[in-house]
Design a protein around this ligand. Sequence first.
Ligand code: DGL
Length: 277
Amino acid sequence: MATDLRDCLGGLSYGNSPALILDSGSGGLTVWGEIVRHLPQLNTFYLADFAAYPYGLKSEQELTDRVILLLQTLVPVIRPGLLVVACNTASTIVLDTIRQQFPFPVVGVVPAVKTAASLSRNRRIGVLATPGTVQRQYLEDLIHQHASDCQVTRVGSNALVGWAEDVSCGQLPDLELLQREIVPVLEAECDQVVLGCTHFPLLKPFLLQISPHIGWVDSGQAIARRVADLLTMAGASTLPGESSVRHVAVSSGTKVNPEWENGVARLGFHQVMSLSI
Ligand code: DGL
């Protein structure tokens, strides 16, 4: 398989030391967008792991094994300068393991509980995340650390992830269903709600239609700033000239949904393809 992969990836042009950004699907594209806005000279290689989607319903062991397998497969070929695990669900469990096994800087995505708590006036905040993330101790620790004086309403939803994927393929979500899914945070009168899954910023325009007074908080910009800091520390040599910048998107699995492929190309990717990983 490694030879096949090398052959396939050999046809791609992703420049030197790209930032490898991965998620179960389109969610990490919201993080990718912030990174590219912040660092227009950075080469990127985006992996949408549709073959293992959704991550939010996987056990900790399954997800850890999957992410490590992806990295063991891709890293020797891509030789990334930095990795962004653009997925809250994976970040809550695999970051330490990755850091022990790979030499490059690793940035994870953490639900923005701290930011939401600092912005909340009524001390009621919500967390929308995957079923996996809401049941993890990692989230409880964040809440304990940063929002111990807040009433925190947690909603773990796989449906929201699916609707966000639909949006990435150009479909509008059903506002009534969306509203029903987030009823707990509406009824609790949360004034700040953490979008604790990277898919959910794709739903933000619709969440704003349902409740324009809530602050819908995500971590995208903070991640982009962290990536910029780490690259600065690593030295400017990791940055190519702007004219040669390359963005490559790969989906795992046997075929790419053409609507997804078109949507991703419109975001500014130079090449989009699928790989059997
Ligand atoms: N986008 C991911 C996250 O931030 C996971 C979505 C899923 O595959 O369940 O948690």
